[in-house]
Design a protein around this ligand. Structure first.
Ligand code: AMP
Length: 349
């Protein structure tokens, strides 16, 4: 039986392991936290840090193919594994996605519009860049930001930027021009080992407190906007020689044009609806891709709304279970801390 190694043991790896099992694959999880969400449903867990060389060698020995569930896998770890085993998506996808500056340049080089941006390495850089953008912009850490963490928004005539470089940790930053978007969408797309690309319809995303709250499908966009989003996803996948599923987030402007925000070289929270509304979910699609199997049909059979269950939302589960058009998916986390993703529901509409 073929064994798939997964770096990272959270809910995304858990759902990948479940999809893998349905297609007769074994899974081994590399994750430092014992009894992690993924290990509860996988065949084996190696409990070690992601950059532990002995653990990486043990992972390579235990599996035939390696994949990952998060974009901050150390590139050196992925490259070490790639000497022994196929690693999908390719490690260069990690490099492109880990640093917002590298990512924006890569997107622009691939013909995809982004917000304007300046690299910020000092308070003086920040002040010059803000002046260039008329006093407004979104300041972000280049690395390790997620769910709106490590960010600060400046609006024209707002508070002074004084001390802002230090407040974000005096680390490399990027200032993006403020995009006056009407809505946010994301595309989940997959590329197989033979270069075939399959795209799911874009979802329209609403965030609360910087965390994804709902993804609604279809998004309120025209066919031309949808086609542009799909073409951008394909351009990214082809440029990286990608294998697996990717999530690409866009801002939609009033005229329907798109500005790419970021990409995640993995299955994506805004694609969880695919398990309820498509024959082949993003998780199975990823497993098919990395295992060299044909991709499944991404066409949606139902419209739907995905909603994350964050922290105490877990208490609503009995009410969701009582509805006849809702699929509930829980992640096996015992402690419902505020802001923690405990599960999600998909309501067919
Ligand atoms: P991010 O961490 O890059 O996904 O940003 C988190 C959220 O901040 C996005 O979902 C947007 O709602 C908002 N945001 C980020 N960048 C910009 C931008 N350049 N212009 C306007 N809003 C932004």
């Amino acid at each position: 039986m073929t064994t798939i190694g997964i770096i990272g043991g959270g809910q995304l790896a858990r759902m990948l392991a479940m999809a893998a099992a349905r297609l007769n694959f074994r899974t081994v999880i590399l994750e430092p936290q014992p009894d992690c969400p993924a290990a509860q449903v996988a065949n084996e867990q190696i409990v070690a840090a992601y950059d532990d060389e002995r653990a990486l060698d043990a992972l390579a020995a235990a599996c035939d193919i390696v994949t990952y569930e998060f974009e901050n896998v150390p590139v050196a770890a992925a490259e070490r594994l790639a000497l022994d085993r196929p690693v999908f998506p390719p490690p260069k996808a990690l490099e492109a996605a880990q640093d917002r500056l590298v990512e924006k340049r890569f997107l622009n080089d691939s013909g995809i519009a982004t917000a304007r941006f300046h690299a910020i390495d000092s308070q003086a850089d920040l002040e010059a860049a803000l002046a260039d953008f008329g006093g407004s912009g979104v300041l972000k850490t280049r690395r390790l930001g997620y769910d709106g963490k490590g960010q600060r928004v400046f609006r024209s005539g707002d508070d002074s930027p004084q001390g802002a470089f230090e407040a974000l940790g005096s680390v490399p930053l990027i200032l993006e021009s403020f995009v006056p978007f009407e809505r946010e969408i994301s595309v989940i797309a997959a590329r197989s080992t033979d270069g075939t690309v399959a795209c799911y319809d874009p979802a329209e995303n609403v965030h609360r407190n910087g965390i994804l709250h709902t993804s609604t499908v279809p998004a309120e966009i025209g066919a031309a906007t949808r086609d542009t989003a799909h073409a951008a996803a394909k351009a990214i996948l082809d440029a990286l020689g990608y294998v697996g599923v990717i999530g690409v987030e866009f801002f939609v402007l009033a005229d329907g044009s798109l500005v790419a925000n970021e990409m995640a070289p993995r299955v994506h929270n805004s694609g969880h609806w695919t398990e309820a509304a498509c024959i082949v979910s993003q998780f199975e699609q990823h497993i098919r891709a990395v295992a060299g199997l044909p991709l499944g049909n991404p066409v949606r059979h139902s419209d739907c709304v995905l909603q994350n269950l964050i922290g105490d939302d877990i208490e609503d589960v009995p009410a969701w279970l009582a509805k006849d058009n809702v699929l509930v998916h829980l992640y096996g986390k015992t402690e419902a801390r505020p802001g923690r993703k405990m599960g999600h529901i998909t309501r067919l509409t």
